[in-house]
Design a protein around this ligand. Structure first.
Ligand code: ADP
Ligand code: MG
Length: 332
């Protein structure tokens, strides 16, 4: 449905989007996840035809958006980071204006605007001037203009920024509802948000796609390395000495905690369970362990590792196997 090929965007000499390649299939909720400055908005602005690319292609149902932006734009509703609201209009006036721009038939306009106003819960404020609305309501008006015309693809750039927790939950519910009939792509720098609503996550760091998979698979990929956390009265160097000859250990991190105890995270080699050996090693050294517990890898760890380190684990780069995940596999 959308295919991004070798997309590059340079601002002067700054490489904001660095050879992105991915496909978006219909009927799912995709999340662009990455820290601020990763290139999410730039990518979305190009995908929606609002910004030119330095290199590469964006195909929407086979049409090149960079060559035929007007045609391709008909398939897309977009909520940019700064929604283009006309603040001196009322909500209704503004949505009527947008409906006209989108070429929605006059006969259908009134009904459709009312339907969408009710859907995003702005119906009660339709006669208020946009400039008098709170941030939360303005965001919903932005969302309404994206949904108008019910385009196949709805792209939302950081849809929950500036909203309070109750509004965030409402927006998430709305996104899920939209996804029943539309393909939704949203961006966020917040992992929890993307995990909560998206079927598929594309992690972007410094303009590069560093991982793309379902939330479950992303967790699994790094999840094979488990770790053991311990606390003991021994010093960090004593801890390392005790563990020196214990098999199955990949790495040890130590730290003195607030109570003057040593806290250590012992990462096990893939497939190893070293808990008993660790316990016995401390017992043999007559050094009591005050805590011993296992910790798995969370998606948070995956995200931090991928977006903070300069080197991306090789395993992640080649994991984009679209044919395995697409509900519509084979349709492309
Ligand atoms: P994100 O949305 O992930 O926070 P952006 O796409 O906004 O990231 O920005 C990516 C990078 O490009 C950042 O380093 C940002 O400073 C830079 N950038 C974005 N827009 C412009 C612009 N108009 N001119 C110059 N640099 C820009
Ligand atoms: Mg952004």
């Amino acid at each position: 449905m959308i295919e991004v090929r070798n997309l590059v965007k340079k601002y002067g000499t700054h490489l904001a989007v660095d050879h992105l390649d991915f496909k978006i299939e219909s009927g799912r909720i995709y999340g662009f996840l990455g820290p601020n400055g990763a290139g999410k908005s730039t990518t979305m602005n190009i995908m929606t035809g609002y910004l030119g690319a330095t290199e590469g292609e964006v195909l929407i149902d086979g049409q090149d958006i960079l060559k035929e932006p007007e045609e391709a734009k008909k398939h897309i509703g977009y909520l940019p980071e700064q929604p283009p609201l006309y603040v001196d209009m009322t909500v209704r006036e503004y949505l009527e204006f947008v409906a006209e721009l989108k070429g929605i038939a006059r006969a259908k306009r009134e009904e459709e605007i009312t339907e969408i106003e009710k859907m995003v819960k702005i119906w009660e404020v339709e006669n208020r001037l946009i400039k008098n609305l709170s941030k939360g309501y303005r965001q919903r008006v932005g969302l309404a203009q994206a949904i108008l015309g019910f385009p196949e693809i709805i792209i939302l750039d950081e849809p929950s920024v500036g909203l309070d927790p109750k509004q965030i939950i409402e927006i998430r519910d709305l996104i899920r509802k939209l996804a029943k009939k539309h393909t939704v792509i949203l961006s966020s720098h917040i992992l929890a948000e993307v995990r909560e609503v998206c079927d598929y996550i594309l992690i972007i760091s410094k303009g590069k796609l560093v991982a793309s998979d379902t939330p479950e698979n992303l967790e699994k990929m790094l999840g094979e390395n488990n770790a053991i956390e311990i606390e003991t009265g021994a010093s960090p160097s004593e801890v390392r000495l005790i563990l020196k000859n214990v098999p199955g250990i990949e790495a040890i991190q130590t730290q003195i905690n607030g109570e003057g105890m040593t806290w250590a995270k012992i990462t096990e080699k893939k497939g190893e369970d070293a808990r008993e050996r660790v316990f016995m090693a401390f017992a043999a050294a007559k050094t009591p362990l005050l805590t011993l517990k296992t910790t798995g890898t969370t998606l948070e760890d995956v995200f931090m590792e991928l977006t903070q380190s300069d080197t991306v684990p090789e395993a992640f780069i080649s994991k984009t196997k679209w044919e395995e995940v697409g509900r519509d596999a084979g349709d492309l």
